[in-house]
Ligand binder design. Structure first.
Ligand code: ZN
Length: 313
């Protein structure tokens, strides 16, 4: 079965580069596509057209006020927060990105793919239910998880290995016992959340787990944590599907992150999770781009990540 790949030209509309340089530039996706198109497996990937989700589906995750803020940015330029600019058509990129995961879920349910990667922007994991922040407008992975719940998936595991803590995804599922959120991130670092003491609330206690790591952490430590802690946690939770917030800004060449992960390191982390998914959830894995700001490192990591997905498909 092929691996799914979502990419849309509409993801390039969100572009503040005409005003000032911003790390989350459309060039990120263009660099990835340029490399992917040269691979032998590119033509084998299943590339569904994005089906736009309804405002009601977005409303499962975000407040009316949050959605209205994005809609009312149509045709304007400005800032949602000091890190998060918007331009005339950013709202189109945001709604299309938010519809990527749900399109992948439909492809999964139709038996067209077993796993897939959404090469999207703007990223999503910092966006809370009622707060736009840190380059993130809509929480793409959370919207997908809610959609999966509506489609009958009982237990969903979200793994976030972006160098920044996925505060938005954590906040959205903090009281949900059926969505496990696990983050491995640099700490202390933006957004300054993600301590081991943050473990969930109410019936959600125990289904949030954080691994804050000091700057300069290398492949060896990541791989050890993945094998010794994360895989057993996934096995114990026994999810129906694994979602990955795949940021590649923990790469040693990234200009924002301070970690030392190599491209081969990310390839190995992907392999560890796909191996685990094979016997816990019949290989069902949907992955989403979050950060990653060195164009060469990002495109190499995305290519390696998709190659592993493809090899398990
Ligand atoms: Zn990040």
């Amino acid at each position: 079965m092929p691996t799914g790949l979502i990419f849309s030209e509409t993801f390039l509309y969100h572009n503040s580069n005409s005003q000032f340089p911003h790390y989350d530039s459309p060039d990120r996706l263009l660099a990835c596509m340029e490399l992917l198109q040269k691979t032998t497996y590119f033509s084998l990937l299943h590339k569904p057209e994005i089906k736009e989700i309804s405002i009601d589906s977005l409303n499962e995750v975000h407040s009316r006020n949050h959605i209205r803020k994005i809609e009312s940015s149509k045709g304007k330029k400005g800032f949602f927060d000091p890190d998060t600019p918007f331009t005339e058509k950013s709202w189109i990129s945001a709604f299309k990105a938010a519809s990527s995961g749900t399109t992948m879920v439909d492809a999964l349910l139709e038996g067209k793919i077993k796993n897939g990667f959404s090469l999207l922007r703007p990223p999503g994991h910092h966006a809370e239910g009622d707060r736009i922040m840190g380059f993130c407008l809509l929480n793409n992975i959370a919207i997908t998880a809610k959609y999966l719940q509506i489609q009958g998936f009982k237990k969903i595991f979200i793994l976030d290995w972006d160098v920044h803590h996925g505060n938005g995804t954590q906040e959205i599922f903090y009281r949900d016992a059926n969505v496990f959120f696990l983050s491995v991130h640099q700490f202390p670092f933006y957004p300054m959340t993600g301590l081991p003491t943050e473990t969930g609330e109410g019936i959600g206690i125990g289904t949030t787990q954080n691994f804050p790591l000091q700057a300069e952490t290398e492949d060896y430590t990541y791989i050890r944590i993945f094998k010794n802690s994360i895989v057993p946690t996934i096995e114990k939770f026994s999810p129906d599907i694994i979602l990955i917030s795949a940021g590649f800004d923990a790469h040693k060449n990234d200009p924002l992150g301070g970690m030392r992960v190599s491209t081969q390191g990310f390839e190995e982390l992907t392999r560890i999770i796909l191996e685990c998914a094979k016997y816990t959830c019949e290989g069902r894995v949907l992955s989403f781009l979050e950060g990653g700001y060195d164009l060469e490192a990002l495109s190499d990591c995305v290519e390696a990540h998709i190659a592993v997905l493809q090899s398990f498909s």
